[in-house]
Design a protein around this ligand. Structure first.
Ligand SMILES: [Zn+2]
Length: 194
């Protein structure tokens, strides 16, 4: 079930939470889930290691982790939906995102190799999955509450459930493919009328 959707959507490279939400999409009207089972979820986290801060092989992902990742995805989607219409999200979804972020808190770490003082941050967690989910949840928080929040939008094409960041104000589609599809449908509707 891989490589069904090779097009990346604007904003996904910067925001892992956007990529997470877009792991569930429709293809020719059929639902596709890139996190459908444990193996798929592990592969997705591995492929998005930089965004998700996931180091494969250290702590194997469990079925419960994969389930939690899918639940986090739905809560992040709900928070995105609320952000897009300037409404308050459902408390359960906010709690889910906050809880995931708290699973691996960032702590400051001071080192001083050869007398050079360096301040860094490290996530503390029981598992790599917890770290990845905390990172993704934190990314969702900074996305909706930060400067990119106003650019967050659902794709306007019928039959597409992806989210993207508007690269310019008028952009309404997550991908050229969706834009082409909408233009083709409009053209067809016009041709039928005349
Ligand atoms: Zn789309």
């Amino acid at each position: 079930m891989r490589n069904l959707e090779p097009q990346t959507v604007p904003g996904e490279a910067k925001h892992g939470s956007l990529a997470l939400v877009n792991t569930r999409f429709l293809r020719a009207g059929e639902p596709v889930d890139l996190l459908a089972d444990l193996a798929d979820a592990g592969q997705w986290l591995t492929e998005h290691a930089a965004a998700a801060c996931y180091e494969p092989g250290i702590n194997a992902l469990t079925a419960a982790d994969a389930e939690r990742l899918r639940a986090l995805r739905e809560s992040v989607r709900a928070v995105f939906e609320a952000r897009a219409v300037d409404a308050g999200p459902d408390a359960d979804n906010l709690t889910m995102v906050n809880t995931a972020a708290a699973m691996a808190p960032l702590i400051p770490v001071l080192t001083a190799p050869d007398g050079e003082f360096i301040l860094a941050e490290r996530r503390i967690a029981d598992s790599e999955a917890a770290k990845a989910m905390a990172r993704l949840a934190t990314d969702a928080m900074t996305l909706v509450a930060g400067p990119d929040g106003a650019a967050l939008a659902p794709c306007g094409a019928h039959g597409c459930i992806r989210w993207f960041l508007r690269t310019h104000g008028g952009r309404q589609w997550c991908s050229n493919r969706c834009g082409d599809r909408v233009r083709a449908a409009r053209h067809y509707a016009r041709a039928k009328k005349s």
